[in-house]
Design a protein around this ligand. Structure first.
Ligand code: ZN
Ligand code: ZN
Length: 581
C-alpha cells in the first residue's frame, strides 16, 4: 500500500515537474527567487555547460534548519510550513512552492543550508533523500542541481541548444537584477563570469552592466505620477534601438511583468521618432496600490491585470513623449573604436543574441566620468511641448550624390537626408490638413476614373464618408468603376496620389481608427511627394528645405522614424583625421 502511494507521489511529481520545469531557466528562476525570498543580498549563479550539467545557486539569506531543509523537498510541503519555511516560501514573486520537490524529482540535488547555527547538507536523487549530514557552514543556502531530466530523457530532448538555454538564463538574470538593484548578482558559466552587479541599489549601474556604456550614456531618466500610478525609470534616445521588444522591461511594484498593452504603449510613444520595426530599450518602474492590480499566478506567465489601465497608458505616453520632445535628437556620427582583444569576447557571442554585448559585463563601472545622463526638468512632464528642441541654424555647403545635404555651423558638420527631411515637412503639413477636416477642394478638369475589383468597389462605396473627409469627391461611374471629380488643394500629383489613397482605403484595417488612418495616409503621401535620392537641388532650395524642416514639430526623424540629420562634431572630425585623440 504505502509503496504504491510513494510511487504515486513520485509520478505526480514528475508530471508536475514537466509543467513547472520546462527549461533550465525555470530551475534558475525557482532557485533565485527562493534566495530573494530568504532576504539574501548576494546571489551567485554558477552553471556548468549552460546548466545542462549543473546549476548551483548560492545565497547569503536566512537559511533553514534541519527539519525545514528536509521538508522543502517533500511534495506539497507548502501546506505544512513552519515559520522559517514560511519565510523561505513567501509567494512574493508568484511562483509555486511545489517547484522544489518537482526539481528534486527529476535531478540530483545537493542542498547545504544554515540558519546561523548548525548547517545541514542533504543529497537527493530522483526525489529520494540519499544522505544527510550536519556541519559548520556560513549562513545562507547553496543548492546544486545536477543531471536535470536524467530520469525523463524525453524532456531532455525538448531543451534548446546550449546557447539558447544560456541566453534565456542571461535574459532572466538581467531582468531580475533590474528588479533588485540592491542585490549583488553574479552569473558564471563554465568558470567564466558573464555578468555581475554590485548591489549598490543604483538602477542605472545595472543598466550599464547589461547594456554597456554606450547605451547607458544615451538613456534619459523619467519620472511622473498621476492619482493612481507613479512611474520612473530610463528610456533610450530614439537612435538606440533593438530588433525585438524584449528590451522593454516593466517592473510593477518591483516585479518583472510582461504586459503586452503596456509594452505596446511604451513603443507607440516613440511613434515617428524611430522606425516601427525597431524597439527602444526601456526600464520602467510602475508603483501602484496592490488593490489596483490582479496578479496572475500562473508559473510560466508573468502577466498582470491593471484597473484604470487607460490612465496608466496616458501617463506613460505623455511622459515618454514629453521626454523625447525635450532632448537634442540629432544623432552623432559614431567613430568606431579599434577592436582590441578586450572587445573580442563580446563578438564571440554575437551570432546568438542579435548583435548585442548582451550579457558581458562592463567590468569597471568605477569610471566616474562615464555615466553621463542628460537631466530633464521634470516639473512639467505632463505637458507635451509643442515642438521638439530647436534644431540649430545649419548652413548648406554642398550636396552629395543628389541625396545628402552637407551643412556646417560652429558645432561641426551635419548631413541631412533630403528625402527624409522633405518627407517630414510634407507629413506634418498633410497630417494637419487631414486631421483638421477642413480640406479646401479643387475640381478636376478631367475626372479620374478607376476600375476596381467588385469587392474593392463595395468597400469604397461603404467609405464614401472617409473619402469625403479627406476632401475627395467620389461618385459611382458604371459597373465597379468610380469617378473622382474633386480633390483637396494640398494634394499634388493627383494622377498618382488619388489611386494611392483609394488603395489605402481598400486595404484599411478592420478596426479602423481615423487618426491612425490619417497618420498612415500622411506618411505614405509624404513619401510619394518628396524629392527622391539622386535628385540634385540647388543650395537655395536646400536652404529653404532646412528652414521648413526647422519649423517642424519634430525635425529629427522622417515619419518612418529614420533620422533626418546626423551630426559630426568638430572633435569627432578631428579624431577621424587623427588631429586629436
Ligand atoms: Zn520615403
Ligand atoms: Zn521615411
Amino acid at each position: 500500500m504505502s509503496i504504491i502511494k510513494v510511487m504515486d507521489t513520485e509520478l505526480a511529481n514528475k508530471i508536475a515537474a514537466g509543467e513547472v520545469v520546462q527549461s533550465l531557466v525555470s530551475v534558475v528562476k525557482e532557485l533565485v527567487e527562493n534566495s530573494i525570498d530568504a532576504k539574501s543580498d548576494e546571489i551567485k549563479i554558477e552553471l556548468k555547460e549552460s546548466g545542462f550539467k549543473e546549476i548551483k545557486v548560492t545565497d547569503n539569506g536566512c537559511g533553514m534548519d534541519k527539519i525545514d531543509a528536509k521538508k522543502c523537498f517533500l511534495p506539497h510541503a507548502s501546506s505544512k510550513l513552519t515559520e522559517s519555511q514560511e519565510l523561505y516560501h513567501i509567494k512574493t514573486l508568484g511562483f509555486r512552492g511545489e517547484a522544489l520537490p518537482s526539481i528534486a524529482s527529476i535531478s540530483e540535488v545537493i542542498l547545504t543550508t544554515c540558519d546561523g547555527e548548525i548547517s545541514t547538507t542533504i543529497n537527493i536523487k530522483g526525489g529520494e533523500i540519499l544522505k544527510e549530514e550536519v556541519g559548520d557552514y556560513r549562513k545562507g543556502t547553496t543548492i546544486s542541481v545536477k543531471s536535470i531530466f536524467y530520469n525523463t530523457p524525453a524532456r531532455l530532448k525538448h531543451l534548446s541548444s546550449l546557447y539558447a538555454e544560456l541566453a534565456n538564463i542571461c535574459e532572466y538574470i538581467n531582468k531580475i537584477s533590474l528588479s533588485y538593484p540592491n542585490i549583488r548578482f553574479t552569473l558564471i558559466n563554465d568558470g567564466k563570469e558573464l555578468f555581475k552587479t554590485d548591489g549598490s541599489n543604483n538602477l542605472l549601474k545595472v543598466i550599464n552592466n547589461i547594456y554597456g556604456i554606450n547605451v547607458t550614456k544615451k538613456m534619459i531618466e523619467i519620472k511622473n505620477e498621476n492619482d493612481d500610478y507613479a512611474i520612473s525609470g530610463y528610456i533610450t534616445y530614439p537612435e538606440i534601438t533593438r530588433s525585438t521588444r524584449s528590451h522593454i522591461t516593466t517592473l510593477v511594484n518591483n516585479r518583472v511583468v510582461k504586459n503586452q498593452e503596456i509594452n505596446k504603449c511604451i513603443n507607440d510613444s516613440y511613434h515617428t521618432f524611430k522606425p516601427d520595426d525597431k524597439y527602444p530599450i526601456v526600464v520602467l518602474k510602475i508603483e501602484v496600490d496592490s488593490s489596483l492590480i490582479d496578479i496572475n499566478i500562473h508559473p510560466t506567465k508573468a502577466d498582470i491585470k491593471f484597473s484604470k489601465i487607460d490612465t496608466l497608458k496616458e501617463l506613460i505616453n505623455k511622459t515618454i513623449k514629453s521626454a523625447l520632445y525635450k532632448i537634442n535628437l540629432i544623432p552623432d556620427a559614431v567613430v568606431k573604436e579599434d577592436t582590441t582583444t578586450e572587445n573580442l569576447k563580446h563578438i564571440e557571442f554575437t551570432p546568438i543574441i542579435e548583435n548585442e554585448k548582451f550579457f558581458v559585463s562592463e567590468p569597471k563601472i568605477e569610471r566616474k566620468e562615464s555615466v553621463n545622463i542628460p537631466t530633464l526638468d521634470l516639473d512639467d512632464l505632463n505637458v507635451i511641448p509643442e515642438k521638439t528642441k530647436e534644431v540649430p541654424p545649419l548652413y548648406p555647403v554642398g550636396i552629395v550624390h543628389g541625396t545628402y545635404i552637407i551643412c556646417e555651423n560652429e558645432l561641426g558638420m551635419y548631413m541631412i537626408d533630403q528625402h527624409a527631411a522633405k518627407e517630414r515637412v510634407n507629413y506634418e503639413l498633410y497630417l494637419e490638413k487631414l486631421n483638421s477636416g477642413e480640406n479646401e477642394r479643387q475640381g478636376l478638369l478631367i475626372p479620374i476614373t478607376l476600375e476596381l475589383a467588385n469587392n474593392e468597389f463595395v468597400i469604397i462605396k461603404e467609405n464614401i464618408d472617409t473619402l469625403n473627409n479627406i476632401g475627395l469627391k467620389v461618385e459611382e461611374f458604371g459597373i465597379n468603376t468610380i469617378k473622382v471629380t474633386e480633390h483637396p488643394t494640398w494634394l499634388k500629383d493627383v494622377e498618382q496620389t488619388i489611386p494611392m489613397i483609394i488603395d489605402l482605403v481598400v486595404k484599411k484595417e478592420k478596426n479602423f481608427e481615423l487618426k491612425k488612418f490619417n497618420d498612415h495616409l500622411a506618411a505614405t503621401l509624404a513619401c510619394k511627394a518628396s524629392i527622391k535620392g539622386n535628385t540634385y537641388i540647388s543650395l537655395d532650395e536646400a536652404k529653404s528645405l532646412i528652414e521648413e524642416l526647422r519649423r517642424c514639430k519634430n525635425a529629427y526623424s522622417c515619419p518612418h522614424g529614420r533620422p533626418t540629420i546626423i551630426h559630426y562634431s568638430i572633435y569627432e572630425l578631428e579624431k577621424m583625421f587623427k588631429r586629436a585623440n
